[in-house]
Design a protein around this ligand. Sequence first.
Ligand code: ATP
Ligand code: MG
Length: 756
Amino acid sequence: MDISQILDPLNKAQRRAVCSEAQNTLVLAGAGSGKTRVLVHRIAWLVQVENVSPYSIMAVTFTNKAAGEMRFRIESLLKTPLRNMWVGTFHGLAHRLLRAHWMDAGLLENFQIIDSDDQRRLVKRIMKEIGIDEKQHPPREVQWFINDSKDNGLRAAQLNPREFRGREFMLDIYSRYEELCQRTGLVDFAELLLRAHELWLKQAHVLKHYQQHFSHILVDEFQDTNTIQYAWLKVLSGNNLPQTNMSSFVVGDDDQSIYGWRGAKIQHIRDFNSDFNASAAAEKEVSTIIKLEQNYRSTGNILQAANAVIANNSDRLGKELWTADSEGERLQIYQAFNEIDEAAYVAGQIEKWIDNGGKRSDIAILYRSNAQSQPHEYELVKRGIPYRVYGGLRFYDRAEIKDALAYIRLATNRQDDAAFERIVNTPTRGIGQRTLEIIRDTAKSNQDNLWQTANTLIENKQLSARAAAALQKFIDLIDEMDCTAEAAEFSLAEQVTHIIETSLLKEYHGKDNSERAQAKVENLGELINAVKRFDDEGDPLLDAVKESLEDMLDKSEEVLSNPMSEFLAHAALEAGEGQADEWEECVQLMSLHSAKGLEFELVFLSGLEQGLFPHKNALQDYVGGKLEEERRLCYVGITRARQQLHLTHAESRTMYGRNEMAYASQFLTEIPAELVTQVRAVNNNMSSFHSSENNKPFSTHDSNEGDIALGQRVTHKKFGEGTVIDIEGSGARARVQVSFDYEGTRWLMLSVANLI
Ligand code: ATP
Ligand code: MG
């Protein structure tokens, strides 16, 4: 292969980066300017031209998907498979090192990696052992504290007890947790990085080995490295040993730093120059910064919008992006009535794209919070558009949703042992493993279900008084939630709301203020919305598949006729069937965070509303740092699009089962008006919403606006009585503005509002 194949597809600045002779090179450049491309070509250059062994190169990226992509691109450039190359994420590489050097790292040979849920369970167990009240001190906070300490390279023993006056138990839990993990061979995510760093520091021979083994380290998305990752790189690069000759090549964009909340520091870009030059051999240029300014990804309009938005941030390292591409289409801003309408618009545009010969895999729907995927998923399932939710669990697979569904299941069907198991002690209510074992064993020998067995054991006084009392409380709770057929006088949404409230799942999942916890609480709210939609519209797929449900769900015909069971079946199906297989050509749904580094021809940024995006936490942050991070996230979102970008927001959004007015995101106002077209729902081409005969978005309530007149008195189930003061649109998309006597003025979709 000749050099031209590596250099020809690059511009001048990119070439300069690829061939850089400096010991340390920082490529600082905006989105879509070819940073990742440069990094890949740099590796090809090193192997092909500088005869560096591919195995002495370490390349670090941010996600497994990016790592896979990078490996693929290098292999295609070099036209040879490179199975054992060190390409991976920080966590993946650390894991690989620890497996190889488990003894030097002080680990058990078969150590296991635990996820965040497992970690929390351990923390809880320890808190219980030492008598710390979970209600007063949420385990999540303790967990957050442990991980944050580890991310900053600090073990319990290294923390200053004097800073923990009154909270000494935090340190105590941390050190007990360390001890427990050590003894049982468990390693959490933060531990992987910390351990790998300690491996360098404590085992000089291991460090030396790798410093000799690797000649080049390359890092993509450098702006998002956290303290421990940065320290790990710095030590490996030989910063402490002037004689080493390791070369570092990092690429990043300060404007795309979006993990500040997880300890990432933009400062590392600034520090790179001084931190990584101590070891430079005298004859080499020490370090160089290369800026790339031409964007190859997006049309002129998209790029200008991105530039305009990010210009509102202060303290940037400063770089301009331009494109030789044409202006392209304008960005489209769609102001939806509500989140259902928003999802329908998005799906309609997707159908249009596909009808015009576009590919589904070129499309991404991006959102700020994972709970927002639900209406989109619903709409895509309904229209039979294959999709995949990337970088996050599918809605109905998420732990908090599975917990809530388990309550609903048990309340609907007491024989559901799996549901019983899942929630009998979630949230914790003092039902211990010992008690559970007795229930399981007795149920097994009596061939009875857990619920009945629990009742019998209490009745026959076969349990300790404490265990019996705790169990009885659980039984009473579920009985109180009853949603068997007799409970049907309440709507499904009312029943589910009641269950979520009384189960205390929101408190349980959302105790601390972390983003993850809040996302879980939002998801629980979204479940209520999903039930409402199901109640209003039914499930388009349900009838067709009802026949197979019996086997799938192991439920009797009779149970299936209960509306709540139908909803559960619907949920089970959406979790299992609505999802495209990985290989299928499908639309991608993901959070803005997981979209980093990726690109798509057609992008939808949905939910651009104050409080949602920018997130409400950022709006309450008066220092402004969080708002700037949200803006960077918006910049990341906009710059994912190559050809077409749609920005959507809703006038009202149902959050936590409540219908709230929503206001357009301030980021929308930061985009110059001449770059956008405002699409009003009423003017929209109706055909995009009805591209197939069978596709009636609101098929169960095909009301028409002729039934309603201005000035008419109407009654709404929740908002009470009011007067119609405005009417817009027609058919399934008609909406009315009602001035309610006690609930203010609201716009409502006529087809779903059920006005009488
Ligand atoms: P991000 O900041 O989003 O990670 P990036 O800077 O890593 O973006 P790349 O993904 O490497 O940018 O490149 C963006 C797009 O532009 C890719 O499709 C890439 O193939 C293309 N591209 C980059 N450089 C060139 C070039 N010199 N000629 C043609 N296409 C290019
Ligand atoms: Mg990139």
